[in-house]
Design a protein around this ligand. Structure first.
Ligand SMILES: C[S@@+](CC[C@H](N)C(=O)[O-])C[C@H]1O[C@@H](n2cnc3c(N)ncnc32)[C@H](O)[C@@H]1O
Length: 279
């Protein structure tokens, strides 16, 4: 049921966009074609560069159309990839395109609903869907491994602000009135919300997406509060102002990066088992 609603939402919204920008005489034709709109080559390149895709990456394109993003990731950046697409003809075309591009061994294309797809192998997720669909995917994307890069063509994810947005000129853009595309990048932030302990030192985070408020106190630490921003697995010290601790998320724990404020480099914090740290 959920899948059906998601699919209907995607298709009806794409139809709405097309109706807004395409002359009446061609609307019947667009009704058939509109769910599949390709990302232009220069935007595809910008998406993959923005995500810093390389040979160790596995790129999953959600709603992969003719396979161009996954094929480009394999051919130009050496990545492996998976394309997931509802329309069987597009999946057949993608496999054919991958064979022609010489990347059939590195790529897979499946007829599958994106809401039924296991995303856990992806190190990079690409999307050219719709705002509503991005929002439906958001809870799953936020639960992916910290540091996973998410790139969306044009559409954002509501109040989860992108870490970076770039603009790419597209003079012959087929949808919308703007002649450019936006490329949004998010890095899945380490999940740090809550209380962490290192002996008697207490580290408390209140997290919203990649932003946090932190307080540290107890043990050898100099008590202090600060606000910061998570960049995947890294919690760098905020730039400017007093020196704050910085951390790296690793295997479910937080390691102090550089000796600061009474904390030695390498000090490890683990999640509190209750709502207090050992005295
Ligand atoms: C705008 S096109 C983008 C194609 C390709 N990713 C690109 O950027 O060139 C969106 C694609 O998503 C597919 N799609 C929409 N909803 C889907 C779903 N729930 N599961 C799988 N594919 C879906 C559509 O069939 C369409 O081919």
């Amino acid at each position: 049921m959920h899948t059906y609603i998601a699919r209907r939402t995607a298709i009806s919204a794409l139809v709405a966009i097309a109706f807004a920008v395409v002359p009446f005489a061609t609307q019947a034709q667009v009704m058939d074609e509109v769910p599949f709109i390709t990302t232009p080559d220069n935007v595809t390149m910008e998406m993959l560069k923005t995500a810093n895709v390389g040979p160790k990456d596995h790129v999953i394109d959600l709603g992969s159309g003719d396979g161009r993003i996954v094929i480009t990731a394999a051919r130009q950046f050496g990545a492996s990839g998976l394309g997931v697409e509802l329309v069987p003809d597009l999946v057949a075309k993608s496999r054919d395109n991958a064979r022609r591009a010489g990347v059939a061994q590195k790529t897979e294309f499946r007829v599958q609903d994106i809401f039924d797809t296991d995303l856990s192998a992806g190190t990079v997720i690409t999307m050219y869907l719709l705002p509503e669909v991005n929002l439906q995917l958001r809870p799953r994307l936020l639960r992916m491994a910290p540091g996973t890069r998410l790139v969306s063509h044009d559409w954002d994810m509501g109040d989860w602000q992108p870490d970076r947005t770039t603009r790419v000129d597209v003079p012959d853009k087929k949808v919308g009135l703007e002649k450019f595309s936006r490329v949004h990048l998010w890095m899945v932030p380490a999940p740090v919300d809550g209380l962490w302990c290192s002996g008697a030192t207490r580290l408390h985070f209140q997290q919203k997406y990649q932003n946090y408020d932190a307080r540290i106190e107890g043990g050898a630490a100099v008590a202090q509060s600060w606000a910061g921003r998570i960049s995947g697995v890294d919690l760098p010290a905020p730039v400017g102002g007093p020196m704050r601790p910085s951390f790296t998320w690793r295997d479910g724990g937080l390691d102090v990066k550089t000796s600061t404020a009474g904390l030695a480099s390498g000090t490890r914090f683990t999640r509190a088992t209750g709502n207090a740290c050992p005295a």
